[in-house]
Structures are given as structure tokens and as C-alpha cells.
Write a protein that binds this ligand. Sequence first.
Ligand code: TXA
Ligand code: MG
Length: 320
Amino acid sequence: MSAIIGKDIELARKLLENNRLVAIPTETVYGLGGNALSLKAVSAIFEAKNRPTFDPLIIHLSNWESIKQYVKNVPETAQQLAQQFVPGPLTFLLEKKSIVPDLVTAGSSLVAVRIPQHPLAQQLLQSLDFPLAAPSANPFGYISPTKPEHVFQQLGNKIPYILDGGFCQIGLESTIIGFPNGEATIFRKGGIAVEDIEQVIGKVKVKTLSTSNPSAPGMLKSHYAPRKPLLVGSIPYLLAEKKESRIGILSFHQEYTHSSIHHQITLSPQQSLVEAARHFFDALRQLDTQKVDYILAEWFPEEGLGRALNDKLKRASVQP
Ligand code: TXA
Ligand code: MG
């Protein structure tokens, strides 16, 4: 099988209705979509991604109102957040109804739900009478895809269709928020900054890096990782350390000069974290294909989307 890349919503709908998988564009990253209510489709997602079944999936709906079909109750704080950020890059962890298969939630009583705003994702979801389970459309543990070609490179021989919605505008996965014991808690930093959420509902908890506890959402430590070793820290220092090697650089806004630099990507000369986030995964992929021994990156300012970016760097890196 070799996937077709196209914009045919009707074809995508038919495939999904037949329990096939379709890669779908969202504003965050591309998702590997399948009927969330079909065990056959959901099993195929885990298999195509080579993803362990203890790592649960997000379900995607076209509108906030239909969430009531899948979750038992919606806390007031979730409602407030939805008013501000739905549709968009925010995922809600809520008590599931029995209609949601246990395979989707890895046996948890909570289900992760998101309403994407990408126009093609919206059109597709509106045409379906079931939600789409959709993890990021990358093999388990590798860098998330932000272009149709990224999906094709890695899953092109496993799925029939990739719905082409262009380059993902946000470029980082959704922020995941849950409400354990009524306390708003961010489980994955993503496309909506913690500060923006706090503007709406006040101070929230942020669940920090856990090592290898798979029951903690989005928290597997080795994640988003390129195949080349990624070292994070002061670039001039790391360059001095690795001066005998061929180096790829991923910098925020500054350009570096050094004889060992073989390839360099500067994410945002304007120092915009939003722009940096948009290009981050694509840049990591590009560097990963270069003939370099190491990829060196620097920390982002720990604010706004910089916090999510730093989190990705932490999970993708090895110790210098
Ligand atoms: O932006 C996104 O969220 C993208 C697009 C395609 O929507 N999707 C995405 O899915 O990033 P995925 O599967 O790569 O990451 C979802 C994370 C997983 O790490 C999983 O552990 C967590 O969400 N998650 C999903 N359901 C959960 C649940 N019931 N309880 C705890 N964590 C859950
Ligand atoms: Mg993922």
C-alpha cells in the first residue's frame, strides 16, 4: 500500500466509515484518525503507530455540545475554558461514558477529548457520525508530523490516505488539562500556554516531568526524539565540547559560527515563540536527516509556548 495525499473529504469519510485509517490535518500536528467507537479501527491505530496499548488516545469531535454523548459531566472550569479555547489546541480529560471503548482510554475511566479548529478537520468530523481517535501520526516515540510529507515518509506504506491540510499552524500538540479532585491540572504543556489558561480560570497545577510512568498522560520520557543524539544547553559551550564532530544546530533566534557547524536552523530571528513552535518539529526532522553526529539546541525562555518547547527538548534530548 502507498498512501495518496489529497484533499478529498468524501473519500476520507468513506475510508473511515469502513474502519480504515486516514491521516488528518489539525492546527497542532497531523493525527492518525480512525473511528473511535470501532475496536477494529482503534486496534489498527495502535498497530500502525507501533504504540503500546497502555498509552491512551484522544478522541476528536466537531463541536463542544456533542461532548455530552461521551463524558459524564463537565466541570464549570472546563466549561469556561471551552468558551475561550474551543475549537482549538486544548484537550480535556473527563469522566468517560461507557460508549467510549476501554481500548481508547487504555482502561482508564477518563477520556481525552478535543475539538480541533482546522477547517478540513472540522469538515471531516461534521460529515461523520462517530468521533475520531487520533494520536499524532508518527511512529511511537518519534517526532510529531506537521506536514503531509512527514506522515507519508513514515506511515505512507501503512495507511491509504493522507488528507492534505498544509502546514500545521501551531506546530505543537494540544495542551492537556484534567480536573482531578476538582483541581484544574495541566498534564501536557502544548499549543495553549499555561499563562493563557490561567487568565481564564486562575492558577492551575502543572504536572511535572515523570520518568516512565505510562499512566501519566503525555508523560513518557523518551518522546518526540530524533534519531541523532540531541544535546541541549549553551550552544557555544556544547560546540567547544564537541569540536571534532559534525554539528547540526537548532537555535531560537541567534546564528552561530563555528567550523564544525554543518547545518543550522534558526527558528525565529524575531524571537517569536509562536513562530518557533510552528517550525520546531519540522526543523528537528530536517536536522535528523543531515549528515551530522550531534544536534545541539538551546533552551527557550521559560514562558508562553517556550515552556512547552522546553518540555519537548527535555524529552527528546540525551545528557551532554
Ligand atoms: O494535538 C494533539 O493533541 C494531537 C492531534 C492529532 O490532536 N494528538 C496527540 O495525540 O498529540 P497523542 O496520542 O500523540 O498524545 C495524546 C496524549 C498521550 O500521551 C496520552 O497519554 C494522553 O494524551 N491521553 C490520552 N487519553 C488519556 C487518558 N484517558 N488519560 C490520560 N492521558 C491520556
Ligand atoms: Mg504523539
